[in-house]
Design a binder for this molecule. Structure first.
Ligand code: ATP
Ligand code: MG
Length: 115
């Protein structure tokens, strides 16, 4: 019975390690005819973040290449994918980089989870 309960502390660390994985294997490419772009919007609290986080993860597990872009400053979608940890927003990161006189790279604003 004891073994049925997952060790959430380890799980949490695993998600954080996965988020920090090197993104060198992600090759930026132009959209192709096969590329599907899905935009979702609507009234507050109807389940947008919940649905998209699960849908994205499921499609990634099926081997599809998925890029999920969240526009919510609450970071609900990324928190769901990264064990409660909100990924820094693009605006937050680019502001810091700009102030430091540095260029924003894809790995600074893109985090990997579940492939
Ligand atoms: N199909 C569902 N069944 C039960 N609960 C759900 C379902 N979808 C979402 N929820 C729950 O409803 C709440 C609101 O969902 P969610 O945060 O995804 O909504 P949202 O549309 O993204 O809200 P917001 O507009 O504030 O960003 C969350 O607690 C979520 O876990
Ligand atoms: Mg939301």
């Amino acid at each position: 019975m004891k073994d049925d309960v997952p060790n959430l502390k380890d799980f949490d660390q695993r998600l954080r390690d996965e988020a920090n994985e090197d993104l060198a294997d992600i090759i930026p490419a132009e959209a192709t005819k096969k590329t599907q772009i899905i935009a979702i919007y609507g009234k507050g609290g109807i389940g947008k973040s919940f649905t998209l986080a699960n849908l994205s993860h499921m499609m990634a597990e099926q081997g599809k290449r998925v890029l999920l872009i969240g526009c919510d400053p609450k970071s609900d979608t990324t928190s769901l994918l990264f064990g409660g940890k909100a990924c820094p927003t693009i605006i937050e990161t680019s502001t810091k980089k700009k102030l430091a006189g540095e260029e924003v790279k894809i790995g600074d604003v893109c985090f990997k989870r579940g492939g």
